[in-house]
Structure formats: C-alpha cells, structure tokens
Design a protein around this ligand. Structure first.
Ligand SMILES: [Zn+2]
Length: 302
C-alpha cells in the first residue's frame, strides 16, 4: 500500500475561526480559534510539499517568502511558493497579491514602516473556487473571512513586512531583499485536460482540480509524489475511505475510486503537467470557475 493518510494538526491562531467545516468538528466558543490545520507524514521526514487549511477572521501579515536560491544560501532545502484554493469567502473577503505598481525597494521599506504598504498591495476580492499561485518573492496577504486550502513548498520561513500594528516581529531586511516589488502576474491561465482542471503548473509544483467520478490507479513518478486533497464527496484509496478533510500522499501507486460529486485537489512537485493514463475520468466537464484576472476590489477606506 502506498497511499499514506497524512495526520492533521490543528494550530490555534489569534486570527483564526471557530466555525470550521463539518469535517473538522466545531470549536467551543470559549476555546481559542483555529487558524490552520496542516497535514504531516506520520512517518516523519520532510516531504517536498505541505498542505494546510487556513481559516481567517482577521488579516494575516503582509509577507513574503524566499525562493529556492535564497533559501539554499541560508541552508534550507528549498524556498517557498504557495498556492491557494478558496473554499468559502465572505462577500468582502480579499487576498492581497503583488503590488499595485512597481516601486523601488527603499520605497517598499519606507511604506512597510509607516503602514502605507497596506494600500500598495493589490487587494483582490475572492470567492469560492478562485485559485492563485504565489511564487516566492510575491508580496502577499490573506484577508479575513476566508476558508482556503494552501499548498506550499515545505519550508517554515516567512518574512513579515507589516502586521497592522500587532506586536509580532517583522523581518524587514530579509523581506525587502527577497521581495518582488511589482504587480503580480499569474504564471498560468488555468486550462483543462479532459475533465482535469490545471490550476497551476510550477515553478515549484503543479495544482490540479479533479471532479468525480473517476477511478483507476494513481501512479506517482519516482521523484514526484502525488498529494490528494478531497474537498467534498467520498470514495476509496487503496481500500481506505477517502473523505473531505483528509489528505493523502501517494508514492508508488494507489487504487483510487471516487463517485460523482467528489471534488479534489491533486498536487505534485515540479513543473510540467503529467499524464495520469491509468485513471479513467468519467465526468462531463464542468465549466472552469476562474477569476484570476478579476479587477481588484475597490480599495478599502483607510
Ligand atoms: Zn505566505
């Protein structure tokens, strides 16, 4: 058996929520809110990708992550690209990604210090089904009112540029060094291969959305394990129940069978969308829900 069910770890965060999706149970009113649930390999080790659910009731810091090269120079195994898939969003929910215009690094630093950076960031209104791939170096921030799945390179290194006056440490020198002080450009226009929706194709990993029914064998390539992230519906993987809220890591190969109404993310490291010839996809293609290039939301009053 080569499908490993990853173990969920709930992390309390001041910016988190108590109204989690049913798969994760409820959080009592007097308990600290849950900000993220991340999924780890029970055998240990540090696989290339990390999957998290994020639940936000407040803004997360404006931040940036190093790329592979900058991370290697500090002795880390890899940098950090991230991708988000929005599960639910309150009507005014926003993600900040990139800057509204190119600015000099000194200007970005000054704006981070006096708070003007908040209006430099390109805030975009988001809705369920939206996805973004945020390459390392992209200045970004997740706003409140969101539940989303974050797939990322497995590196715990965040440089905070601005934290809305909260007392957490900033990392301005490192952040300015690695930040791309420019507007965001999506690396890929999502497209479809049969019923597979290709949401991102590198640089660091591929992100796909599969909607059931589909069945067959998931055959991972030797250096590209496959993460399977069911969001709704159900099925089996190597005979084990595959339900929303679980996350699976396939090395080698695994039998997969999911019914109609199943909606999953599938991710694997590297660039280059691969074939899954041993899987039969039966669904009638649904229209791609994609709003990557929506106009930015009206700027909030400050
Ligand atoms: Zn981040």
């Amino acid at each position: 058996m080569t499908a490993t069910r990853l173990v969920a770890h709930r992390v309390k965060k001041v910016w988190g929520r108590r109204d989690l999706p049913p798969a994760f149970g409820s959080v009592p009113d007097d308990a600290e809110p849950i900000g993220e649930i991340h999924f780890e390999d029970p055998r240990g080790g540090g696989p290339e990708l990390l999957v998290k659910y994020l639940f936000t009731a407040e803004r997360l810091s404006i931040q940036v992550h190093p790329d592979d090269e900058a991370a290697h120079a500090l002795g880390h195994p890899r940098g950090k690209d991230e991708a988000w898939f929005v599960l639910s969003a309150e009507p005014d929910a926003e993600i900040g990604i990139g800057l509204r215009q190119v600015v000099a690094k000194e200007e970005l630093r000054a704006a981070a210090l006096d708070g003007r950076i908040e209006n430099m960031v390109d805030w975009r209104s988001v809705a369920a089904g939206d996805s973004y791939y945020s390459p390392a170096g992209t200045v970004h921030a997740i706003g409140p009112g969101l539940a989303l799945i974050e797939v990322q390179q497995n590196l715990d290194l965040t440089y905070r540029l601005y934290d809305y006056g909260r007392p957490r440490e900033l990392h301005l020198d490192a952040a300015i060094e690695v930040a791309d002080a420019a507007p965001y450009q999506a690396p890929l226009e999502p497209y479809r291969i049969d019923t597979r929706e290709i949401l991102a194709d590198g640089p660091a990993f591929v992100l796909e959305r599969w909607r059931g029914p589909c069945s067959g064998r998931v055959e991972a390539e030797p250096s590209r394990a496959v993460w399977i992230i069911p969001m709704s519906g159900s099925g089996t993987i190597d005979g084990q129940p595959l339900e929303a809220g679980s996350v699976w890591l396939v090395e080698g190969s695994a039998d997969l069978s999911v019914g109609a109404g199943t909606d999953m993310l599938v991710s694997y490291p590297g660039r280059g969308v691969r074939n899954f010839d041993a899987i039969r996809f039966d669904a009638t293609p649904a229209p791609i829900q994609r709003r990557l290039y929506r106009d930015a939301a009206p700027r909030r009053a400050n």
